[in-house]
Design a protein around this ligand. Structure first.
Ligand code: 5GP
Ligand code: ZN
Length: 112
């Protein structure tokens, strides 16, 4: 997807502060963090949102979720962390390339 900001990060056309990469996934710091630690986990494959996922994406989604605690731990979020997947305009999604927010280090009672 040539006009997708996250595909551009995957393709190296846009820079990102990467924390993890394998053949299927990429994780990097959110450019506008709303917590002390705020990471985004994305698939290298362009999938617009959770609403576009089918059974063929099951393993990919599982990999994304299982990466969250690993990266949270590596980022020092020993007390816990939050995950968030915004889906669709009504769900607050701004970048239409599926991603899991992993964040923490703020007030646990608040969003961040
Ligand atoms: P959404 O609202 O779609 O769930 O979240 C998109 C997130 O992507 C936002 O938190 C926003 O700050 C982040 N973001 C948007 N563009 C870029 C970018 O070019 N680089 C990085 N690292 N994060 C971005
Ligand atoms: Zn994309």
């Amino acid at each position: 997807m040539s006009d997708c900001v996250f595909c551009k990060i995957v393709g190296g056309e846009l820079p990102a502060s990467k924390v993890y990469e394998d053949d299927e996934l990429l994780a990097f710091h959110d450019i506008h963090p709303f917590a002390r630690v705020h990471l985004l986990i994305i698939p290298k494959l362009h999938v617009a949102s959770l609403a576009e996922c089918t059974a063929e994406h099951q393993n990919l989604l599982g990999k994304m979720l299982l990466l969250a605690p690993r990266l949270a731990k590596e980022s020092g979020l020993d007390a816990g962390f939050k995950t968030l997947i915004n889906t669709g305009r009504g769900g607050g999604q701004e970048v239409f390339h599926i991603h899991v927010h992993v964040f923490g280090g703020g007030d646990p009672a608040k969003r961040a």
